[in-house]
Ligand binder design. Sequence first.
Ligand code: AMP
Ligand code: GLY
Length: 431
Amino acid sequence: MKILVIGSGGREHALAWRIAKSPRVHKVFVAPGNGGTQRAANLENVALSSPQELADFAVREGVALTVVGPEAPLAAGVVDHFRSRGLKIFGPTKAAAQLESSKDYAKAFMVRHHIPTAAYGTFTDPQAAHAYIDEQGAPIVVKADGLAAGKGVVVATSLEEAHAAVDAMLGDGSLGEAGARVVIEECLVGEEASFIVMCDGRHVLALATSQDHKRLQDGDLGPNTGGMGAYSPAPVVTPEIHHRIMREVILPTMQGMSRDGVPYTGFLYAGVMIAPGDDPDRAIKVLEFNCRMGDPETQPIMMRVKSDLVDVLEHAIDGTLDRADIVWDRRTALGVVLASHNYPNTPRTGDLIEGLPADADDCMVFHAGTTMTDGAINTSGGRVLCVTALGDSVRMARERAYDTVEQVRYDGRQYRSDIGWRALKRPPAKK
Ligand code: AMP
Ligand code: GLY
């Protein structure tokens, strides 16, 4: 079989790496891929991006199935296009992808279907937005409605900060279309977890749980980023919490989408906030939906997959996910993101990367913002690499990952040294 993975990040490197391990697969194309996917012997980069070009390529090469990594091609309708040509693809349609591409759509959907989420208002008029902020008080969260590559959310601790965020989004047009409308919502407290499932329109298969580190600096300080590290499983998601997320969030979302006439297929990522404490009834609220896997959550999750992922993807595309299962490695996987100088603002590119180790099943360096020219790997984006390792405990996975981090060198390298700190404080998780 030939498989096509669309995207160029660490998530896509990890997906392609895992898919290539299937004995049924002899070639995985990655469009457009990165330096890491170019370097791997069994992966091949193809420089394509529009839905039309990608579908033409899939036909020409006899690609058996396509998996979409990032949100942009989904929001551009790549799934609708492939399906209209009878090609197998795993992902949500453009209409279903609005769960991520419009925060306002997602919030209205959750209210309509009684899915727990923070109280909110949606505004296009700056004056009304400012008045709402004054009425609600701080802390408060201001979000651009559209896709803003992780730059569209401001968790404001003061009224001044909240007003400034509204001015920046609605006022100066710096976020373009994405910022023409803002959602302002209640600031939730607790512990975040990433809950990712596969959906075939009717059935759901939950992936292993994970947790991300959104802030740039140790101790969860500094600006929000796309994610500086992740691990799986997430001990905060106990079996009881797992059950509640399925019952209170995932299943009503599936049913609600079907009832609204937009059945959901593809990966669905619910970012949830679990209220502090140990009360089994404590609040679980949805912070966001993503219509894709998380990055960097995918990297540790893929390291723990023991089943043939292609079998599972086929069930997902054929609508028979109820017959699929994934066997998970019982070990913990932990990934540390190495970012470039000046990330997340205007990352510097073109720094030479040295000291990359050989691939191993229990320690992989997944690439994101890298290119390979004449055998040399250089930085080409904000998040550069995600060093991901398996270990018998969080501590051991972390030690293995950081030992490898030390070996990889380039100018301007930035990373957090505390990935996994929440998991270290809790008893080990089961799933
Ligand atoms: P989002 O893109 O909506 O996930 O927001 C990015 C990050 O901002 C989340 O992962 C949270 O850390 C934070 N965040 C978003 N919404 C809220 C909220 N209502 N309360 C507290 N933090 C939030
Ligand atoms: N790591 C968060 C995300 O992928 O949205």
